[in-house]
Write a protein that binds this ligand. Structure first.
Ligand SMILES: [Fe+2]
Ligand SMILES: [Fe+2]
Length: 346
């Protein structure tokens, strides 16, 4: 595995090389000396004084070009809480407090990357990128860490390009080969919502907005216990109550991001609302439910019905569309009609 080491002190470079080589291939970079090309396979390791403004600014420039590197390991002294907070604000995915903790951490990261690679084998890049963005977002939220919204936005844009190029049918077939239930669901909903928006000729900005709302719609599930989230089969009433908290949890998590528009927040909070007031969490009725939410709800229900799960047979797109048509009073009939083309086209 390649370790791309970035530091603000040239004297740290030989020490890190001596520690990591030959087990790892090390490429070093001194902050303020220009950027290097980094491949997505490696790990970025940062050891710099984050209390000083200059290295932090230089680091921001380096990190801007490093969206492709998913693992960013920072060495900071853990008792300096503001340094730890700064590391996560800069995009750290892991923090160690001493150089001797680096190798065990790298071993852990390498094992996780190997497992992720085999899970992603033979999947197209839109899915691997999208699923990886979901995985890191979910993991960060579970561990109470910050996550990079820009990674989620890039993953959504990649999904939009993939569907524009190859069509929704190819996307659905590919995604259903990916086994993680919640991530598969979010990828499917994003694909269906984007396919819907493209089909009804939404302007580009609205396709993006709906795509991002779909990508983030179930983010609150990252705080639902795995025993409920991954339970094969039906939830009992108590578990269902807990599960129903996810729209509000997602809304609360995301409202801290100033970059997220009110329409997207609305989509995250209200994608389980129905026009007749029978939905949750706020029991909204038709006049209070926006068009974006109406589109998202239809995409969400359809995607949930056609998911591939090991414990139940997969429903055909035709049967799933019939269920949408039968949800009279709950969904916007003109949108369901417009969705027919998206639902049934191969
Ligand atoms: Fe949901
Ligand atoms: Fe959902």
């Amino acid at each position: 595995m390649l370790v791309h080491f970035v530091t603000d002190e040239s004297t740290k470079i030989p020490a890190i090389r001596a520690m990591l080589e030959p087990q790892y291939c090390v490429e070093s970079q001194l902050l303020g000396t220009g950027n290097k090309k980094v491949t997505s396979d490696g790990v970025l390791m940062v050891d710099a004084d984050l209390r000083k403004a200059a290295p932090v600014e230089q680091l921001k420039l380096v990190l801007k070009d490093l969206h492709c590197v998913s693992e960013k390991l920072f060495v900071v002294q853990s008792h300096l809480h503001h340094m730890v907070a700064q590391a996560f604000a800069l995009g750290a995915t892991a923090v160690v407090s001493r150089p001797k903790e680096v190798i065990p951490k790298l071993v852990q990261i390498e094992a996780a990357q190997r497992a992720a690679k085999s899970a992603f084998a033979d999947l197209p890049s839109e899915i691997t990128g999208g699923a990886a963005a979901f995985a890191s977002m979910f993991a960060a939220i579970r561990e109470g860490k910050l996550f990079m919204l820009s990674d989620t936005e890039s993953a959504t844009s990649e999904i939009i390009h993939g569907i524009e190029k190859n069509g929704l049918g190819v996307w659905l077939d590919d995604v259903r080969r990916y086994h993680h239930g919640t991530f598969q669901h979010c990828l499917l909903v994003t694909g269906v919502a984007v396919g819907f928006a493209l089909d009804i000729k939404f302007p580009d900005a609205d396709v993006k907005r709906l795509g991002l709302a779909a990508t983030l719609h179930d983010i609150g599930k990252a705080r639902i216990p795995l025993s409920i989230l991954d339970k094969p089969g039906r939830l009992d009433p108590g578990e269902e109550e807990i599960m129903k908290r996810h729209p509000v949890i997602g809304y609360e998590l995301l409202k801290a991001f100033p970059e997220i528009s009110p329409e997207i927040l609305d989509g995250v909070r209200h994608h389980h609302e129905y026009l007749d007031g029978s939905g949750y969490p706020d029991g909204l009725t038709a006049p209070e439910i926006s068009d974006l939410v109406r589109l998202l709800t239809i995409s969400d229900i359809f995607a949930a019905l056609i998911e591939q799960r090991p414990y139940r047979p997969q429903m055909s797109r035709n049967d799933a569309f019939k269920i949408l048509c039968a949800m009279e009073g709950k969904l916007e009939p003109s949108l369901v009609k417009a969705f027919r083309n998206v639902a049934l086209r191969s």
